[in-house]
Ligand binder design. Sequence first.
Ligand SMILES: [Fe+2]
Length: 441
Amino acid sequence: MIQDIEKFFLERGILVEERVIKEIEKRGGLVYLDKIQGKLNFQSPVFTFKDLPADNEFSIVKEFHLNGFPGISGSFVDIFQNRFNVLSKKIKSRSLSHHFVSIRKAKISGDNVDTIGLVVDSSVSKKGYKIIEIEDQEDSIKVILGQKFNDLVFHDEVIGVSGRISKDRTAIFAESIVRPELEKRKEIYENGQDVLVISDIHVGSKNFMNDNFLNLIDYVNNSNVSYIIMNGDLVDGIGVYPDQEKDLEIPDIIKQYKRLAELISKINGNIKVILIPGNHDMVYPTEPQNPLPREINELFPPNVISLSNPVWVEIGRRIFLLYHGTSIMDFVESMPGTSLNDSDKVMKEMLRRGHLAPIYGKNLSFIPLKEDYYVIDPVPDVFITGHIHDHSITSYRGILAVNASTFQEQTDYQKMMNFNPKPGIGTLINTSDLSYRLVKF
Ligand SMILES: [Fe+2]
């Protein structure tokens, strides 16, 4: 069967991704291909998952895939320009009461101005006023925030500024700051899917909660769950932090994935398992991250869909944004008074800013790309993170945000790093009305 599908594409001079073959096989093989032939695009030399028509329930909306190993040096100009372009459009579209113009125009127009820029600098004046500098493609200007502004402004975020320009036209006295503040209209669909969300499984760690994970398998096999999302840190990996060896039950990363594959094989084959990598997985540490490598994906049964970090997928007409969450650490460090158990607050700050990681140059390193994959576009219905082993659910302007629970008990290293895990909880979301409940395993 697999060879027939491969032959179908080779006869047309096209290479095809292995997981596409598996997906076609699942949907009925050559019979399915015959049925959809008219809808297929045979123009590009490689047929990818995105070229496959969406089935009724599941499709990939936006996925990252880089060929080869990423360079970490290079120009980040394109990323910031793309960030500015997409987010300034979002800012303009959400506020009809403002008439945003470029910084250059703002400097020569009336006394009251609305403009948009990327925050490139910040300082505090002798009188205690916060002063920031914003820039667009042509120009830059100082923005003086009055003492009533207690909201945090991060370096490299894109903001709209509304205010009065100074007499010498070199600064704006801000009256308000406008952010993208993403929003999703509430809708209810018929025939929802049950989606179980977990994260940070850490198979291979001595602290992996094997019995609780077996409880999860038993639960889903006797339920209506159609999808399980595993949001990164699938295994514990090796050499991720100092002296990790003493915390490992399986000190070989391939064997850790083999153990994970054994566990996933116990899940009913009609339940789709969606995986993304995290910082403990076998991918490079710069972000965004490719899906797990082919030799690892081959260990998994056909119901596994292995995707990038971050990734946007559609399940039951709802867009899910899956991001492992490395940038959460940067937010917590930049938000006084927050801890690693404030994942709900951090996710809201991301959705307000329309960006998963606006703060550049701290814990998280990026690949210099043409596009900023961390701009939250399209706007999801459900936003999922993990990484800090917290568990929280919150709602922001119609978007459901979940920091998914881990299956690893606290390690000594985590204790030292102030990680206070809330493990062993599944978040079960129904796509019809986005209602959810928690299942303790
Ligand atoms: Fe983790």
